[in-house]
Design a binder for this molecule. Structure first.
Ligand code: MN
Length: 713
């Protein structure tokens, strides 16, 4: 806004407008800031001029505008309060002094200091609320131009401070317009991915119909006959931030939250509000429990309006606000609107609008823990959280760095325990993947799945970690009990004692155990030895002694018995049931893929197996796996098809050749036979593709082979 525009605007609404004074204030701003520049390179004095424009749009008095023009001069230039007092009077000097004091308050992330500073801010404002109004205008302009700040970190810090302190203050004094703009700028800086995903989803919901809002406005205007009453119907899509807040409050997804458009009907009188409400509710179905009458019971900040949610034109769920023009002004400008009406009242601290400042101050003074108080007063944003969606659109909040396993456990312990895979935004993702804001996550579970001890190394939430540990402990305990039992059983057998279980029932108490399971556990742990137990049932003889010493030599072996054979396949979750497909018989060396079956785990196929084509519509069930060459290879069955002449001893020749090449025949079947030829299938245990190739090569050397191939289905 240039000089002429400022003077013109003020002269139109401020009866105390003094052209000379305003001109002088503009001169001071330009002169004292001189050639100072902002980080953007722009001349500094443009900033106070812009702040003055915001103040003028709120239609505040001349002294507020002068304070806006001079708000940074004491801090940043040679200008002194005395000079301001001498040129503009004590009222302006006091406003500028208050603004200077506030500007020194830094909301550093130390909560104790923050609480102190917050109370200083409240004190400065409680003397004259115009200090806060100018401060908010200052912050608003700084936020509008925040992208000229190059440091990402600095932008974030400022956004956090704005979100925690200034947006809630704007809300408290009812300046909806500033609050909404501040929040949306901060949202963009602090949670860009979430904001982006909301905007994208919003596009889908309204079907990219840019005209939809206009069409609905027209339909509503017609129903309430807005034209002949000169009522205003307006509409907009809600801001991403307000939608986000609503989603969080209601714990629903965007698809469920269909009232993403808001409409307003501004009428001329209080009675008309209810008249319009009647028309709207007669024509459209109201959504139960959505109706609120803030005209009859205004909000604490003075806000008045009727809110209702209806299934509106074109079956869209929309919110409608109905209010008078005066109510609307207060809704947009809050305390600033009051100020406008009371321009000649200097006792601005009197109205109900300012009572909350005094109340806050009293609470703050009496509060034993100012940090707690501050936590409760700010509308904290969750910038150290990620928020993601379940397939149904419910929101799950997790700490930053959380993985898919953390998410699964946050949904339900059972989902976590049975988790075998996940789709993130429709794509298969590893369980270790770190969740980003706005991700939609679908967990794939299997009945037989159990938590893997490896999960403990990457989960970050307490819940996931403790559930995994709990499971591992309980599983270990089971294994120990089984092991202990089998060790004792063997020992009893070797000592020729029968009915060992009945006998143990008599003595677990002797070992201070509550039941036989605890005794088994102690045996497996070796905190009680088998010898100690057996001694209770036998007289000491040398025969027994030797039986016992034999046992001891076997102990080490027994303890290693329950170690599983490692699966030579990478990409599986430990504990996931796995078997080789019977159709294609994969061998180490084959390219392979896993197919998930709920309930039975994973089947490993050769990657070009025809069976995999049946998963074309459910690609999420296919997981990437490879052979683990670090693990000692175990034999797998492979299948070959051989055509030989129908003559005696053909099969004998074949089998002896296979055995010679160290293939072990598991099964064979004649699948076709005529006068001339026999077609046979052999299932052979082999260690690798190379191994079966070698067998095939040596068979090919035999005269009788007409045709031979590895058989894959
Ligand atoms: Mn400033």
């Amino acid at each position: 806004m240039d000089r002429a525009a400022i003077i013109k605007a003020l002269s139109q609404y401020d009866p105390n407008f003094d052209e000379l004074k305003i001109n002088k204030a503009i001169d001071f701003a330009i002169h004292y800031h001189g050639s100072q520049k902002r980080e953007s390179g722009e001349l500094y004095y443009n900033h106070p001029l812009e702040v003055a424009e915001i103040i003028i749009k709120m239609r505040l008095d001349s002294n507020s505008v002068i304070a806006a023009l001079l708000h940074d001069t004491i801090e940043d230039t040679d200008l002194t309060l005395e000079i301001i007092d001498a040129n503009f009077g004590p009222e302006v000097a006091k406003l500028v002094d208050g603004l200077t004091k506030i500007s020194k308050i830094e909301f550093i992330p130390d909560h104790k200091r923050q609480a102190e500073n917050f109370s200083k801010l409240l004190l400065a404002m409680s003397e004259d609320l115009r200090v806060l109004l100018v401060k908010l205008a200052d912050r608003l302009h700084n936020m509008r131009t925040i992208y000229s700040i190059k440091s990402d970190e600095k932008r974030k810090r400022i956004a956090i401070e704005t979100m925690e302190i200034y947006a809630p203050l704007a809300e408290r004094i009812g300046i909806q317009k500033i609050k909404v703009e501040l929040q949306d700028i901060c949202f963009k800086i602090l949670q860009p991915e979430v904001r982006e995903s909301i905007i994208n989803r919003l596009e889908n919901i309204v079907n990219n119909d840019d005209l939809l809002v206009n069409k609905i406005i027209e339909a509503i205007s017609e129903i309430v006959d807005a034209k002949s009453h000169n009522w205003q119907v307006s509409g907009r899509r809600k801001t991403p931030y307000s939608i986000w807040m609503k989603m969080k409050q209601k714990n629903v997804g965007l698809e469920q939250l269909s009232d993403v458009m808001a409409f307003r009907i501004t009428v001329d009188s209080l009675i008309s509000c209810y008249q319009v409400l009647g028309l709207i509710h007669t024509h459209f179905k109201m959504v139960p429990e959505s109706f609120q009458d803030f005209i009859s019971v205004p909000k604490n900040n003075g806000y008045q309006s009727i809110h209702t949610v209806i299934i509106g034109p074109f079956q869209h769920k929309i919110e409608i606000q109905i209010r008078t023009k005066d109510m609307h002004e207060i809704a947009e400008l809050g305390v600033a609107a009051h100020w406008r009406y009371k321009q000649n009242h200097h006792d601005v601290t009197d109205g109900m609008q300012y009572k909350w400042i005094r109340e806050l101050l009293t609470i703050l003074e009496q509060s034993s823990d100012p940090e707690d108080f501050l936590q409760n007063t700010k509308l904290a944003m969750d910038y150290d959280q990620v928020l993601c969606f379940t397939p149904k659109g419910n929101i799950i909040a997790l700490p930053k760095g959380a993985t898919i396993i953390d998410f699964a456990y946050a949904v339900h312990s059972n989902i976590g325990n049975k988790c075998i895979g996940a789709k993130v935004n429709g794509r298969i993702a590893p369980l270790k993947s770190i969740i980003s804001n706005g991700d939609q996550i679908e967990i794939i579970t299997a009945k037989n799945q159990v938590p893997s001890p490896a999960w403990e190394s990457f989960v970050i939430t307490g819940k996931a970690r403790s559930e995994v540990r709990k499971f591992i402990r309980s599983q270990q305990k089971d294994q120990y009990i089984k092991l202990g039992r089998s060790l004792l059983e063997k020992a009893f057998k070797q000592a020729s004692i029968i009915n060992f279980e009945t006998k143990l029932n008599d003595i677990y108490g002797f070992f201070k155990k509550k039941n036989t399971d605890e005794l088994y556990y102690a045996i497996a742990e070796n905190s009680i030895t088998r010898e100690e137990v057996i001694k209770h049932f036998l007289p000491k003889t040398s025969k027994i002694e030797s039986a016992i010493s034999k046992l001891i030599s076997h102990k080490k072996k027994a303890l290693t018995l329950n170690q599983e054979t490692a699966v030579p396949i990478k990409g599986l979750i430990s504990g996931m049931a796995m078997h080789m497909a019977g159709c294609c018989h994969p061998l180490p060396g084959d390219k392979i893929a896993g197919a998930l079956h709920s309930g039975t785990g994973v089947t490993i196929h050769v990657s070009d197996c025809a069976m995999l084509k049946t998963y074309a519509t459910t690609p999420e069930k296919i997981i990437n796996v490879t052979w683990d060459t670090d693990v000692k290879q175990i034999p797998f069955v492979s299948r070959i098809k051989i055509v030989t002449p129908n003559e005696p001893f053909s099969l004998v020749t074949l089998s002896s050749e296979i055995t010679k090449e160290k293939g072990s025949i598991r099964n064979f079947k004649v699948i076709n036979k005529n006068e001339d030829f026999i077609e046979t299938i052999f299932d052979i245990e082999t260690y690798s593709v190379a191994h079966i190739e070698k067998i095939i090569q040596s068979l090919k050397m035999q005269r009788i082979i007409q045709h031979i191939e590895r058989y894959k289905s």
